[in-house]
Design a protein. Structure first.
Length: 395
């Protein structure tokens, strides 16, 4: 085995250009699998973290209040109190209308603006980096105050600490910044991203929008247990149906269910992208087989001499198979290095972390070795089956 391996290395080294061209297909195939699967995985993980930041225990509820059938804030609080074993809390989520923030000539037109209660931060696991969060007094007095996300604070004021105590204009009304949320995104902050938010008291948002009842609520379940979360959602559905008598007038979205769907979609897309990139590995395998067939043809006389000197067919077979596998192994290792290097460069431009997925590395490398074995076997078998006399006669 060791002698066959040494001969395989010697053959690869003595035909550098041919070996390099053979490896090139393997390198491209392995690098493609690693890059495509890892990029997809990184993107989906980034999206998953943004959804998770909204609260894995949350159920978002939207309602369409009718003159004859409607639900009030007091009704929702009473429902939560009656089902305290299922729900940790509830907060209204009111959109105040005009979503453009201004500070002088600087504007932020994509910021998500929501009117919430003082419990919203705890329900959605948000923390404050500067200042404070909204409190009960702000809600009762309909104070014109707000808490900014890290992105609008940076864009409008230059930094989070500089934003504290300043005024920002929303729809012609001035709101004082009493707090800035802790940054959520791990990479570069983006417009319309997780950090591009502004929160104000829901009572103030209702006054700005000219409505008396919230059209959306955020419920937080008491547990992340799927059975209990499902029971909480069902109880909420039953309650809303008893009021509206029409499912078209309300909609529920459980964040835990959304996270499960994203995970399933991520797994399916990873398999799909891996399969597409795997086609290049198959093509590389055909290249390995062709080059090995050429190698057998060129070395027919050498094979005849070795067989005449007593080399068994199994030894000849072993040597050529090892040569194909060694070529694939080296190509796979180089492909892993190139793929990982490209991902490190791409990370700089994407703004979020993308690392080589261990499963993609393992699968692509294993497939490259298997390709060397599979596509190298037929040429090796042909070499082992050569008649020594015919081989010696070849030119």
């Amino acid at each position: 085995m060791l002698q066959s391996f040494k001969l395989a290395l010697k053959s690869i080294w003595s035909n550098k250009m041919r070996s390099a061209l053979t490896m090139f297909g393997i390198v491209i195939g392995v690098a493609s699998v690693i890059i495509l699967v890892s990029l997809l995985n990184g993107y989906m993980q980034n999206q998953l973290s943004q959804w998770a930041d909204l609260g894995a225990k949350n159920i978002n509820v939207t309602v369409v209040n009718q003159p004859s059938r409607s639900v009030s804030l007091e009704d929702m609080y009473a429902f939560r109190d009656a089902n305290s074993t299922l729900f940790e809390g509830v907060s209204p989520a009111v959109s105040p209308g005009n979503g453009t923030l201004k500070v002088g000539s600087v504007k932020s037109e994509s910021t998500t603006i929501t009117g919430v209660s003082e419990t919203y931060a705890a329900l959605t696991e948000k923390t404050v980096a500067e200042g404070r969060f909204l409190n009960y007094a702000d809600v009762v007095a309909k104070q014109e105050v707000c808490v900014l996300g890290a992105y609008p604070a940076q864009k409008l004021f230059g930094s989070s600490d500089a934003a504290l105590g300043q005024n920002v204009t929303l729809g012609g009304k001035n709101l004082q910044v009493v707090g800035v949320l802790t940054r959520k995104s791990k990479g570069r902050m983006e417009e319309s991203g997780t950090d591009d938010v502004m929160l104000l008291p829901y009572s103030t948002a209702l006054r700005f929008s000219g409505t008396s009842k919230p059209g959306a609520y955020v419920f937080s379940t008491a547990s992340t247990d799927k059975a209990q979360a499902s029971a909480a959602k069902q109880a909420l559905q039953d309650y809303l149906y008893s009021i509206f008598r029409d499912k078209k007038n309300y909609h529920l979205m459980a964040m835990s269910e959304m996270l499960d769907q994203i995970n399933k979609m991520m797994a399916q897309m990873s398999v799909l992208m891996g399969g597409i990139a795997g086609i290049s590995l198959f093509v590389a395998g055909v290249g390995v087989m062709n080059i090995m067939l050429v190698s057998v043809t060129e070395r027919t006389r050498e094979i005849g001499i070795r067989k005449a000197l007593g080399a068994r067919p199994g030894v000849i077979l072993q040597q050529f198979v090892l040569e194909a596998i060694t070529t694939s192994v080296f190509g796979g290792l180089i492909g892993i290095g190139i793929g990982s290097g490209i991902l490190n460069i791409v990370t700089i431009f994407l703004g979020y972390s993308v690392a080589a997925t261990p499963s993609a590395v393992f699968i692509s490398f294993t497939v490259s070795v298997a390709i060397g074995l599979l596509f190298g076997y037929m040429p090796a078998k042909r070499a082992a089956a050569l008649n020594p006399i015919d081989a010696l006669r070849s030119e």
